[in-house]
Design a protein around this ligand. Structure first.
Ligand code: PSV
Ligand code: MN
Ligand code: MN
Length: 426
């Protein structure tokens, strides 16, 4: 199913008057603070977030999977779904593929399809946390860290293969997330596991094309519950540094122990020029992969505040790869992704409102009350009219969720693809 742009334009007309009144009101408020609303709208309009190919079906948990119906059964259909989101939001102009779940059968065909929706191929993800049916070696006891050379070698070759697939699609980066670790004390020699991982990553890095980046993800626990080889940002940074200039750390919001100061990690990595990419999601307890902004929107804002500061002040850090990494089994996945994109744009817009000069002055004056006021004033501003306007100017939907429902997208997908789920993914 392809959404007809004219239908979006028609539906926009019904709410445009109300939207323009709200836009006018915030533009006036901002003018009093010497902020140009159009400037912010321009930045929102070009902001693009990659959709993970594994988030388009109703996500599974180890306890069960409840189909939504009309889920994509092929990579082509996954691209169609991202096309729907991108047409509605103008923010989903990229896809992050997981290999081997999404190996293309027809490279030209898939590239053409993606291009028809203005979708590019962002980071490709390797998978050494599941055994493949035809594999010689098992990852049960680790992949890049495996004590057996043959296991490590297979995992290295897989990553090189993923790079080769990405090259054919126009991707420019690979994300490596490892499940490697131990469930019980004594199971692994920590130093050997780390060294093996470092050696393996360095070998993969040797195969990285000159214009590619490698992103190394960390995670404190799960699926291993005693120790994880790449457990935190420090380990990921150390490994990236041991590989070279084009290796970076990737921050996944759900990959932190409760109450970790993620915004400080972001700032530290930006300062070192080593923040490569971002996986957005939200969580209450652990790697919950919930909708972005659904649990801790203020934290998301504080993170964006550091990102905006970094984008303006840290030329040593390259442009970031923005990706969503969320998937669960209760909502319509497309509605969920639309909500995530909305939360990301809202936090970004709020962060753009922070008066960096005033904040610096207040910091220099050690006026912590004013520092807090500046941040919370930005956070408490309803920036949604700016976000909506950024979409209207791009001929996308003022209200993507309402438009998605008004156009009966899910019903049509079920009609086209059937009720049963065949989607692959987490
Ligand atoms: C597993 O924790 C995970 O969510 C990682 O965050 C990866 O990025 C993703 O799966 C895909 O491999
Ligand atoms: Mn992730
Ligand atoms: Mn995760």
């Amino acid at each position: 199913m392809k959404i007809d742009k004219n239908k979006i334009i028609d539906l926009n007309k019904d709410i445009e008057t109300k939207h323009l009144i709200q836009l006018d009101s915030i533009a006036n408020q901002l003018q009093h603070k010497d902020i140009d609303g159009q400037d912010i709208i321009k930045k929102l309009k070009i902001f693009q977030v990659a959709i993970p190919s594994w988030a388009l079906g109703a996500g599974g948990t180890r306890f069960g999977r409840f189909s939504f119906g009309g889920e994509p059964a092929s990579l082509e259909q996954k691209i169609d779904d991202i096309g729907i989101i991108n047409t509605l939001t103008n923010t989903a102009g990229a896809v992050s593929l997981h290999i081997p779940w999404d190996i293309p059968k027809d490279y030209n065909g898939i590239k053409e399809k993606a291009a028809s929706y203005n979708i590019v191929f962002d980071a490709v993800n390797s998978n050494t946390f599941q055994d493949q049916p035809d594999a010689n070696e098992s990852y049960k006891f680790g992949s890049l860290s495996n004590i057996n050379k043959a296991g490590r070698e297979q995992a290295i070759q897989h990553n090189i293969e993923v790079i080769n697939i990405g090259k054919k699609l126009g991707s420019k980066s690979i994300t490596v997330w490892l499940a490697d670790g131990a469930n019980f004390p004594g199971q692994n020699n920590f130093q050997k596991a780390l060294k093996n991982t470092q050696d393996s990553l360095q070998q993969i890095y040797q195969s990285l094309p000159n214009d590619w980046k490698m992103f190394i993800e960390y995670k404190p626990y799960e699926p291993n519950f005693y120790s994880t080889v790449i457990q935190d940002w420090g380990t990921a940074l150390m490994l990236a540094e041991s590989c070279g200039d084009r290796a970076y750390t990737l921050v996944d919001l759900g990959h932190h122990l409760p109450n970790t100061n993620i915004e400080q990690i972001v700032a530290t990595l930006l300062y070192k020029g080593k923040l490569g990419g971002f996986h957005f999601n939200d969580s209450k307890y652990g790697d919950d992969d919930l909708t972005v902004g659904s649990i801790k929107p203020y934290t998301l804002f504080l993170i964006f505040n550091e990102l905006v500061y970094g984008m303006e002040n840290n030329p040593q850090n390259p442009d970031l790869a923005w990706m969503i990494d969320a998937s669960h089994n209760a909502k319509d996945p497309l509605e969920d992704l639309i909500q995530s994109l909305e939360a990301i744009l809202i936090a970004y817009a709020q962060a753009l409102l922070v008066d960096q000069n005033k904040l610096r002055e207040a910091q220099e004056a050690q006026d912590i009350v004013t520092c807090q006021e500046i941040l919370q004033d930005a956070y408490r501003t309803d920036v949604r009219p700016l976000v909506r306007e950024s979409r209207l100017q791009a001929y996308a939907a003022i209200d993507p969720l309402a438009t998605y429902r008004a156009l009966n997208v899910r019903k049509n997908l079920i009609k086209e693809r059937g009720k049963k789920s065949t989607a692959t993914g987490l």
